[in-house]
Design a binder for this molecule. Structure first.
Ligand code: FES
Length: 197
């Protein structure tokens, strides 16, 4: 008895749906294509996530610029014993700031050359405070924070008094040292500020 001749197998016999040799490569190349798209999307997502993180890390190396003395006008504009609203132009304004570059502040003229200048932003969450001369209080419209006329905290959620600007009188003009709004991260009078890009 002769051994059975080896059976000839065909792609169809092996369960392959392909009908020709050239069509066999199609699933592989499609898989590679999808793999490359996946890798590309991952690289793109990684880049998008890393940009803000890199910006934050590199911002600590940003060049620092000193705050500037800013003229608020003649002291005669602020009668003794009053508290009045004033404003100044941010020395580090950017072209697109528009009216936002004008920063309001409260000026309290105590006597002679004795002034206090307060940032307008509440020490709680930054809402602009208003001065009420009848009650001699600064009031915040957002959550009811209140401050005495000297800027000390009087009531409500603010954790401290109003932020103040360093100020001086030069040649009859009131000047403040500014460039950024004082805030909880930079209370009082920071000596320098990173210049905006
Ligand atoms: S922002 Fe002024 S009390 Fe909250």
């Amino acid at each position: 008895m002769t051994p059975d001749a080896p059976k000839e197998t065909t792609p169809a016999a092996e369960g392959c749906a392909c009908q020709s040799g050239t069509a066999v490569a199609a699933p592989t190349s499609r898989r590679n294509f999808l793999l490359q798209i996946g890798i590309g999307l991952n690289v793109l997502a990684g880049a998008l996530i890393s940009v803000p993180i890199l910006g934050y890390v590199l911002s600590s190396f940003a060049k620092k610029f000193p705050l500037e003395w800013i003229n608020l006008g003649s002291t005669s504009q602020f009668p003794e014993g009053t508290t009045q609203l004033a404003s100044y132009e941010n020395p580090y304004r950017r072209p697109w700031d528009g009216e936002m570059a004008r920063i309001p502040c409260w000026v309290r003229h105590i006597s002679a050359n004795d002034f206090q200048v307060f940032a307008i932003n509440c020490a709680h969450l930054g809402c602009p405070v208003r001065w009420f001369s009848e009650s001699k209080l600064f009031m915040c419209p957002c959550h009811g924070g209140a401050y005495y006329e000297n800027g000390d905290h009087a009531a409500g959620p603010p954790p401290r008094g109003l932020f103040t600007y360093e100020c001086r009188v030069t040649n009859g003009s009131l000047e403040i040292k500014g460039g950024i709004l004082p805030n909880l991260g930079n209370p009082g009078n920071p000596t320098e500020v990173a210049k905006p890009a």
